[in-house]
Design a protein around this ligand. Structure first.
Ligand code: DAH
Length: 335
């Protein structure tokens, strides 16, 4: 037994020494101390042991698991402190300081707010399979919802993800329940370009799964995010919506800040901009992620980061965001 545990710890040490990204460390965490990990199996096996073995091995296994948890959280902290990059002041740089892209600024703002609420930031692939982008999200082949999202299919049988919701399935598979993740990312749809439509835009996905999660929790998170991003109360409208992966589903619109709600081309003269799709996670989606829908409930949301940046910075033509025109883009500063 001692030897077995020693081996597990050594292998954890090895694994940790080879990774530098938060998501990789979290994968290691679920592999080594998650529900299906070896150490967890040893803990479960205690109940079938003889009393004297239980005494002998109980604290050994428990303490080892604690040690492993500590190793992992130390590694995460180490990564956090490394991210404060410092520059060598003794060198004479003659470079102009650049500025962050407006979408980068709002993405960071939203992830910072969510992180403070206990969300972990994850990321998934932009080239995705039909399974993760559609099927596992309760959108089978021939479902009309596929037409709502004009998809770029690739020659290799994959596609460019049309939504960041694919991260919901990856996260459930990787981390199980309870779960609290957010995933900012780039998404693609085969749209004709105009002032309001881009074929490449950004969303941030969020998902919370736990016992007793409710719509109130979802609304609280959405309100907190919007209030903090805009630093003031903004007018929000909640409507029933339809998404195959949530039931019930809602759409949240905010008053158009470009025209002050009076109506303009950006809000298609409605005075409102669609900003968030959200709802309670459909049991079929929990099932696809391997989570027992009798035991757990969850909510999910997808915020249009591109739209959020347009509202925050009063940008009335979406095309400038991908234009790479530095003269235009450098006017946006972190506030
Ligand atoms: N993926 C949806 C879209 O791109 C947005 C969305 C709706 C995300 C509902 C969600 C959700 O997580 O629960 O239109």
């Amino acid at each position: 037994m001692e030897e077995k545990i020693l081996k597990i710890k050594e292998s954890l040490n090895d694994a940790l020494s080879n990774v530098e990204k938060e998501a990789d460390i979290l994968n290691i965490k679920s592999e080594y101390i998650g529900k299906k990990s070896e150490i967890q199996q040893l803990l479960t096996s205690l109940k079938d042991m003889k009393v004297e073995d239980k005494r002998k091995y109980g604290s050994l296994i428990n303490n080892s698991k604690k040690e492993m948890e500590e190793l992992i959280s130390n590694k995460l902290e180490e990564l956090d402190s490394k991210s404060n990059i410092s520059f060598d002041d003794s060198l004479d740089y003659d470079l102009e300081i650049g500025s962050l892209h407006p979408i980068t600024i709002v993405a960071k703002e939203v992830t910072d707010i969510l992180k403070r609420m206990g969300f972990t930031v994850v990321s998934g692939p932009e080239m995705e399979s039909e399974y993760y982008n559609f099927e596992a999200l309760n959108i089978p082949k021939d479902h009309p919802a596929r037409d709502m999202q004009d998809t770029y299919y690739l020659d290799n049988g994959m596609l460019l993800r049309t939504q960041t919701s694919d991260n919901q399935i990856h996260a459930m598979e990787n981390y199980g329940a309870p779960l609290r993740i957010c995933a900012p990312g780039r998404t693609f749809r085969n749209e004709d370009l105009d002032a309001n439509h881009e074929n490449t835009f950004f969303q941030i996905e969020g998902m919370v799964i736990d016992k007793g999660v409710s719509i109130e929790n979802l609304m609280y998170v959405m309100q907190s995010v919007l209030r903090e991003v805009f630093k003031s109360e903004i007018k929000v409208r909640l409507r029933p919506g339809f998404f195959p992966f949530t039931e019930p589903s809602y759409e949240m619109d905010m008053s158009c800040l470009i025209c002050g709600g009076k109506g303009c081309p950006t809000c298609k003269h409605s005075g409102y901009i669609e900003l968030v799709g959200c709802g309670m996670v459909h049991p079929n989606v929990l099932k696809a992620g391997g989570i027992d829908s009798e035991e757990y409930t969850g909510f999910a949301f997808g915020i249009g980061l591109t739209r959020l940046a347009m509202m925050k910075y009063k940008i009335n033509d979406i095309r400038v965001l991908n234009s790479g025109d530095i003269r235009y883009l450098e006017q946006f500063k972190v506030q």
